[in-house]
Write a protein that binds this ligand. Structure first.
Ligand SMILES: Nc1nc2c(ncn2[C@@H]2O[C@H](COP(=O)(O)OP(=O)(O)OP(=O)(O)O)[C@@H](O)[C@H]2O)c(=O)[nH]1
Ligand SMILES: [Mg+2]
Length: 1238
């Protein structure tokens, strides 16, 4: 009606006349239709009011198209619709319909019926079957479970849309009767099969079966429908006939596939790989043997006699197991560490995981380390290996062996115990994961089975228990049945030429490797590739068609591959090398004559540095694994990142293999170079196996080798490697136990930009490699602030997963994420001054940034001028560096050292200085809290006793009387530098680093608490006793309320050490301060604070106290000096006892060490000083100790020990003998009024 506006129906009628209205759209209120438009042909009614009676439609006899979509007909659609016999199109989508009126069947002219998004869960109304003129029927998401047989009468139907219904039980064959169909949409219908009758739809042009995840097969007859032009199978990942890979490529590829099939004989096979994993000696091979022989068979093994030729599994072995309906290919993995590397050749994307757990091993580990660890070590770690590589694997089967090691009654208990622990491990992993996957991290692939919390890790029906009982056969039968059930899913149809191809391949038994070209010459490429892929999946050959360098080879005898790899990783290497030496014969390699001496030299270099002379590799490969040509073997090992090379040095070719080297990376890489750019990658989630880190080292070397400027030198170690290129060097170090990797470039200012590039690119490559090989691993990246590193700050700032690095997680090489990375990096290029996250931003809030951005953020290029500016800035920083206290400037090697003067520990200490590297710079970050990290010296002020009750106490007899304004004297003895244990061998001294900080803190505290402090540093033993004795002789004590002695030195349970390594008895100190020797303090409180080890024991949770030693002091004890006042007795001393009024605090429990941080001092003194500052105003010393000091040290030391297990846990002690139960309050900051007691 154009834009004309009418207010009433009459106005319309007056203007246009009632017979001229043929199209009408009404929204909401509906006018009297019979009056308004009796001749209407197209009627659209939206939002029909509830009280509206559709009966008024009955007079619209001309109506051809009726739109009633999105109205609510929950109560049923009016029968009146059936009377509209002229209707050709009826739209009833989203009408909440549950049924249709019977009268609908009278719509014999109806051609289009739209019923989508209604709820026909009781079945499609029969009325539809009567609409024989229908050409289009839409039934999207109608909760349909089947189609009525009556549907077959819709012989005119051309388009049928059935998407989003649930035809799990099968789609009715009635579809086949719809012979006019040209388009059928079965998207997301949970179909497991397609109806056979589909092949009768001779007019079909378009078929959509996408997103039917359970669909396994498309009948060839369907593909024979010659009008069919489009077939969409997206998401039908379980298709095996034809394989999904073929279906994805579209109808033409599918037809090709069937064509090649039709040329031979169609073969349907049901073969499935079963991955059998578990610890060595768990009983895997015994299970395989038992299954194959149908009775319990045990292998012959010897745990003690290594020369015994036993049935250990090397790498992996593949065996057939014929089941009722299928064949299983049992891949029996070797459990020993050295063979794990071979798994990369064995793991298949889709296999059936079977875990073997020995009760004997589970119990043994449980006794030592608890059942959680036992479940982890016997099973969880294996699940981790398997699911990390193949996250989409289904649920695993579980077989317990060695049930004979447990009493019959306990088997069930043990089993449940194990299953509970596994469930807990999964829960923990998921909890960690959910915390880990921050929003920014993007979508990580999930381990399908383990993340499905609805399903148990092991299905109860798939858990089996085996013992050595040879009569037991039902277990074997049941396990076979379970395997058969699982294997049947793995049905595959393979080309008819299968027989010929397999025969050809297996005929080449004399060769271990066949050239692919040879097969391709004889057979069609498509066919032969299908067969080879099938053979690879079932384990009869190995053909890695995804790896370019290996694609031309088909490896026939798998065990030769394993031999080749394990040649280099034999677990009894020493013996093996000796054996080789005995049988060695000189040989010639590329004009080089290798004699015995040269051979030995090469072996040593290999064992020590992982550098393998190609002459030695050649010898090993040709002598001991002559099955492949030398070139093929090298290619194989290189493709699987087992070796890197060749590297040329003085015209000699070398290969690098980190696995074999014995020495480990020391920490030199950290201090290497002027500038250091460092990234840390942490792998969360399931733990990566150690060989993953080794392979990553080789990848690291490979990546850097690709750089145009060829590296000059390389170094490879078991836990890392380094490449030196001119003025810079790149390091890769892994910390397997902590599941983390550090990549660092040490460089000069001139090379800053290119070094950033190298660091980012290298990290990206390593991440891409690891995340594509171990698809379920969860990396996160931390960037250590280069500016802080330059300042040699032991606690450098870090950025965790900076936005600009996140895209590194992309596993798609060249994908969009990768481009994004460069955009991000560019946005940080240039030279604007910026903040260092740690320094400037915090200390100068609001101040101007001054640090050149390339020193904090990556940049890929810098002009000469900009480089100059960075250099100038850095030279300025040098002076700043000097201004930082020495503790901060120490090269960031040892962050912790342990007090103890005995030779053994001193040695340990020096080791720690090197090993401290392990603990890493960033370790220290967490070691102290933020406040502590800023400053080693505690800068607090005492809280004064202001509370009325506290003030009142000052005068009370229930507390020790306190002097005013000075509370007393405090004597501090701090021994830092000691004579080395063997001065002839080492002229140096053993430092108690960090003790200077303790001294500053303790002196500051007691000054603030109104004590007169007296400090002595570095006293020999005799001097220590002398100064204490002299202290007791000071007259002033008579005026003071208490005395404090602080001794900070090395010690043990009974002794304290002087810097001359002579010891004094702890009891001698007590004796000097006893009421008789220190009469001016008799009856007054004496607080003794000892920051020294109370022994050599380590308080570690494992209870490993093998170093625990109470051995007597190796050095002579210095005798107590005679005291002038020792004989003096006064009447008040008549009832006195030696320990009266003593409060003795020790840093650690008798027998144990106490810990100290190089820069921040000891746990104990820090806790003590803080507690006194904050709480001595309202707590007496005993309570203060219990509630604050002891608690704090305990918590802190447990926390640190959890991170760095070599740092002992620590438990300070307080012993006190207060007379009459008096309490010791210090009343800080309180000056009583003059009238009060003074
Ligand atoms: N008592 C008892 N011994 C068993 C049982 N299962 C296996 N064994 C023995 O345990 C040892 C190890 O068995 P294997 O089957 O070779 O172990 P594996 O898991 O294949 O070990 P690797 O090949 O090293 O990975 C052999 O001495 C077997 O005889 C069992 O249920 N009870
Ligand atoms: Mg075995």
């Amino acid at each position: 009606m154009g834009s004309l506006q009418y207010k009433t129906v009459d106005e319309i009628l007056k203007d246009v006349g009632k017979d001229s209205i043929t199209h009408l759209r009404c929204n909401g209120k509906i006018p009297l239709l019979n009056k308004l438009c009796p001749m209407v042909k197209y009627l659209y009614l939206a939002n029909i009011p509830e009280d509206y009676q559709l009966e008024s439609l009955s007079s619209l006899t001309q109506l051809e198209r009726l739109y009633l979509s999105k109205n609510n007909f929950k109560e049923g659609l009016s029968e009146v619709v059936g009377a509209l016999t002229s209707l050709t199109e009826l739209y009833l989508n989203r009408c909440q319909l549950q049924d249709l009126p019977e009268s609908l069947s009278s719509l014999t002219h109806l051609e289009v019926l739209e019923l989508s998004y209604n709820n026909f869960k009781e079945g499609l109304p029969e009325a539809v079957g009567a609409l024989t003129s229908l050409t289009e029927l839409n039934l999207i998401s109608c909760q349909l479970k089947d189609l009525p047989a009556s549907l077959s009468s819709l012989t005119q139907l051309k388009k049928l849309v059935l998407s989003y219904n649930n035809f799990k039980e099968g789609l009715s064959e009635a579809v086949g009767a719809l012979t006019s169909l040209t388009e059928l949409n079965l998207n997301s219908c949970q179909l497991q099969d397609l109806p056979e009758s589909l092949s009768k739809l001779s007019q079909l042009e378009k078929l959509n079966i996408s997103m039917n995840y359970e669909l396994t097969k498309i009948d060839e007859k369907v593909m024979a429908l010659n009008k069919l032009q489009t077939l969409c199978c997206v998401g039908c990942t379980k298709l095996i006939s034809p394989p999904y890979a073929v279906c994805r490529d579209g109808i033409h590829t599918i037809r090709e596939y069937f064509k090649s099939l039709s040329q031979g004989k169609e073969i349907e096979v049901c073969d499935a790989p079963v991955a059998i994993v578990g610890n060595s000696l768990a009983g895997k091979t015994s299970i395989v043997k038992s299954l194959r022989q149908g009775k319990r068979v045990l292998t012959k093994r010897s745990e003690s006699d290594v020369s015994f030729i036993d049935e250990v599994t090397k790498g992996f072995e593949v065996h057939d197991l014929k089941l009722q309906e299928s064949t299983a290919n049992l891949i029996d993995h070797g459990g020993q560490d050295v063979y794990h590397i071979a798994y990369q050749y064995a793991l298949k994307e889709n296999n059936i995981p079977l875990f073997v757990v020995s009760f004997k091993q589970f119990l043994a580990i449980s006794h030592k380390k608890g059942s959680r660890v036992a479940a982890k070590e016997t099973c969880w770690d294996w699940m981790s290996h398997l699911y990390l590589s193949c996250p989409l694997l289904g649920p695993p089967l579980l077989v317990f062996t060695h049930a004979d090691a447990v009493s019959n009654q306990r088997v069930k208990v043990r089993k449940n115990n194990f299953l509970e622990e596994i469930a807990r491990l999964r829960k923990n992993m998921l909890a960690e994961e959910s915390g880990f996957c921050g929003e920014k991290r993007g979508e990580f692939q999930k381990v399908l089975h383990l993340s499905n919390t609805q399903a148990p890790v092991f299905h109860p029906e798939e858990v089996f228990i085996f013992s050595d009982d040879q009569e037991e056969t039902s277990n074997i039968r049941n396990l076979k049945l379970a395997l058969d059930r699982r294997c049947q899913v793995f049905k595959t149809v393979i080309p008819g030429a299968w027989n010929e191809i397999t025969e050809f391949v297996t005929d080449q038994t004399d060769k271990s490797v066949i050239k692919l070209s040879l097969i391709e010459e004889r057979f069609s490429i498509k066919e032969s590739h299908t067969v080879l892929r099938y053979m690879h999946n079932t384990g009869s050959i190995l053909w890695y068609n995804q790896i370019n360098s290996l694609q031309p080879y088909v490896f026939h005898q798998i065990h030769h591959i394993i031999e080749t790899i394990t040649l280099l990783f034999h677990h009894r290497a020493e013996e093996k090398w000796k054996e080789r030496l005995d049988t060695f014969f000189p040989y010639l390699y590329q004009d080089r004559r290798v004699n015995k001496a040269k051979y030995e030299e090469m072996v040593e270099e290999f064992q020590h540095d992982g550098i393998l002379d190609s002459a030695l590799l050649y010898y090993l490969l040709t002598k001991e694994s002559a099955k492949f040509s030398w070139e093929v073997s090298v290619e194989l090992l290189k493709s699987f990142k087992v070796l890197h090379g060749p590297v040329h040095k003085r015209a000699i070719e070398y290969y690098l293999i980190p696995f074999a080297s014995q020495s480990s990376m020391d920490g030199s890489w950290k201090t290497d170079g002027d500038l250091q750019l460092r990234l840390e990658i942490q792998f969360g989630g399931l733990p990566l196996p150690i060989y993953a880190f080794h392979l990553a080292i080789v990848k690291f070397l490979d990546v850097l080798k690709e750089e145009p400027s060829l590296p000059s030198t390389m170094m490879v170690r078991n836990n890392g490697s380094t490449i030196y290129h001119g003025e810079s060097s790149t390091h890769f170090v892994h910390f397997f136990k902590e599941q983390r990797v550090t990549v660092q470039v040490s460089t000069s200012t001139q090379l800053l930009a290119s070094s950033w590039k190298r660091l980012i690119e290298t990290t990206r490559h390593i991440l891409e490699y690891i995340t594509s090989t171990w698809k379920a691993c969860r990396p996160s990246v931390k960037v250590v602030c280069p500016h802080c590193l330059y300042l040699r700050d032991p606690h450098p700032g870090t950025f965790v997963d900076p936005d600009w690095l996140c895209p590194v997680f992309s596993t798609v090489a060249g994908g969009p994420m990768q481009c994004q990375l460069q955009v991000y990096v560019k946005s940080f290029s240039g030279f604007q001054p910026t903040f260092c996250s740690k320094r400037e931003a915090k200390s100068k809030a609001g101040g101007k940034p001054t640090i050149p951005s390339p020193l904090v953020y990556p940049c890929y290029s810098l002009s000469v001028d900009e480089t100059q500016k960075v250099t100038e800035y850095l030279s300025k920083v040098i002076s700043q560096r000097r201004a930082i206290p020495s503790a901060h400037l120490r090269p960031p090697v040892a962050s912790l050292s342990i007090q103890n003067v005995r030779g053994k520990r001193v040695q340990l200490q020096s080791q720690l200085t090197i090993e401290g590297d392990d603990s890493e710079l960033s370790d220290s970050l967490d070691y102290l809290n933020e406040h502590e990290a800023k400053s080693a010296v505690i800068r607090l002020s005492v809280k004064p006793s202001r509370k009325a009750w506290a003030k009142k106490l000052f005068d009370s007899s229930s507390v020790y009387a306190m002097s005013n304004p000075k509370r007393g004297r405090c004597l501090v003895i701090n021994n830092i530098h000691f004579v080395a244990p063997d001065s002839s061998a080492d002229s140096g001294r053993i430092e108690r680093t960090g003790s200077q900080t303790d001294q500053e803190n303790v002196v500051g505290l007691f000054k603030n608490l109104s004590f007169v402090t007296n400090i002595y540093e570095d006293l020999p033993a005799k001097e220590m006793l002398r100064v204490i004795r002299e202290e007791t002789e000071i007259e002033d004590h008579k005026d003071y309320g208490m005395f404090v002695l602080v001794v900070m030195t090395h010690g043990n349970e009974t002794h304290l050490y002087g810097t001359d390594r002579q010891a004094i008895l702890r009891t001698s100190v007590n004796h000097l301060l006893s009421p008789w020797n220190f009469p001016r303090m008799a009856g007054k409180s004496k607080l003794l604070i000892f920051q020294a080890c109370s022994g050599g024991g380590y308080d570690l949770p494992s209870g490993d106290i093998t170093h625990f030693s109470r051995s007597p002091d190796p050095t002579p004890t210095v005798a107590l000096p005679s005291t002038s006042s020792s004989q003096s007795t006064s009447p008040s001393l008549a009832d006195a006892l030696a320990g009266d009024d003593f409060f003795i605090m020790n840093a650690s429990f008798p027998g144990y060490v106490s810990e100290r941080h190089d820069a921040h001092g000891s746990f104990f003194i820090r806790a003590l000083v803080e507690a006194f500052y904050k709480h001595s105003c309202h707590r007496d010393v005993k309570r203060l100790f219990e509630e604050q000091i002891a608690k704090k040290v305990r918590t802190k030391s447990i926390e640190v020990n959890n991170r760095y297990p070599r740092v002992s846990r620590q438990q300070p002690t307080l012993m006190c003998w207060p007379t009459d139960g008096k309490k010791l309050y210090l009343f800080p900051g309180y000056t009583p009024p003059p009238t009060e007691r003074q």
